[in-house]
Write a protein that binds this ligand. Sequence first.
Ligand SMILES: NC(=O)C1=CN([C@@H]2O[C@H](COP(=O)(O)OP(=O)(O)OC[C@H]3O[C@@H](n4cnc5c(N)ncnc54)[C@H](OP(=O)(O)O)[C@@H]3O)[C@@H](O)[C@H]2O)C=CC1
Ligand SMILES: Nc1c(N[C@@H]2O[C@H](COP(=O)(O)O)[C@@H](O)[C@H]2O)[nH]c(=O)[nH]c1=O
Length: 377
Amino acid sequence: MPLPYVLLSAAVSLDGYLDDTGPERLLLSSPADFDRVDEVRASVDAILVGAGTIRADNPRLLVNSAERRAARTRAGRSECPLKVTVTASGDLDPAANFWHTGGEKLVYTTDKGAERASGLLGSSADVVPLGPDLDWRDLLEHLHDVRGVGRLMVEGGGQVHTQLLRQGLADELQLVLAPLFVGDPAAPRLFGPGGYQGGRLRLCDTRRIEDVVLMRYEPTAPGAGPVPTAADRHWLRTACELAALCPPSDTAFSVGAVVVAADGTELARGHSREGADPVVHAEEAALAKTDPADPRLPGATVYSSLEPCARRASRPAPCAERILAAGVRRVVTAWREPDTFVAGADGTGVLRAGGAQVVVLPELEELAKAPNAHLLG
Ligand SMILES: NC(=O)C1=CN([C@@H]2O[C@H](COP(=O)(O)OP(=O)(O)OC[C@H]3O[C@@H](n4cnc5c(N)ncnc54)[C@H](OP(=O)(O)O)[C@@H]3O)[C@@H](O)[C@H]2O)C=CC1
Ligand SMILES: Nc1c(N[C@@H]2O[C@H](COP(=O)(O)O)[C@@H](O)[C@H]2O)[nH]c(=O)[nH]c1=O
């Protein structure tokens, strides 16, 4: 199911704290950085904070620039993004600024929390119970499907950021490092203890903004099971984009593939008809660049814009078999093979019979098909 693009935004001290324990919100960003945050707010459909941040900061979470609000209105959007919070207790102060500024407000909670939140807030917000416990994926699906949110900015606090990152639901982290120390172990930290992705995140961008530094990171570690993560979507999109590099053909699909280790390290990438080989397939080209003895292959994921082939005339081994032979046991793809060249090709079936897991992301199917439009009639 498609989910919103989830952008985590936070500012931290040099010792990793989000705030101090004083009554006022600690300003970690510089003035120009707060303006950057305002620009990001103006670009999104919704902003989410945890109930802890509403209690601690009493935020308004508005687009502060009149020009940016006007630009949103001109584009047919609401002046300010939808404001969203999460609570299990339902214990929300009805006098908080959150409810009395900006446009629509939405509270995600549990069945139990909903009674309390609805009683306290009345008509100030839509209260949506998500069952006995709050599942983040359900929340994001609801935001996407019911509220039409394509891009979500999450402005903390630490509990919320930690859960979204650990559950593989964050597409991007925009982190600002501020040149000051908090030094109080009772203060809230950005990320709490627990299991995170192995390996390193990808550093996409850094920017000096007055005396703070903005770092943009993307999680890279593939998901571990049948449920796709934000990193899975990222890598599959990369595979789909690689297909644009294929020399054109009227007799074969244009496909891109990437092989990624469990810690998010890219092992190889390839595309159809790469180099001087007029018949090579994307997965075959990518796997040819890996070392068959690489101990990371059994834990790796192959991303392929089109389902790996099950039969082919041009070479003895189809890609589904090559993937199994390489020891890879997880494949993520956007598009099941149509009957255009091979009737009833079922690479997914071959892979599953060989013990590999195949995850299909239909939301990227159109992107995978785009360089093949001339073949699809
Ligand atoms: N420097 C920065 O960029 C930022 C700093 N901050 C700081 O962070 C601090 C607040 O962070 P923190 O204390 O971690 O609080 P959070 O804002 O992360 O909110 C935590 C609360 O959200 C609700 N919640 C979280 N996860 C779930 C779930 N899975 N199901 C249901 N409800 C859930 C709970 O509410 P309930 O208790 O009602 O059940 C929980 O207590 C403040 O001091 C604030 O100033 C915040 C944002 C940005
Ligand atoms: N302190 C801090 C942030 N805090 C965030 O800003 C929110 C308040 O925004 P507003 O309602 O516009 O005043 C607050 O609830 C929290 O999410 N953000 C940052 O980029 N940098 C900072 O240093």
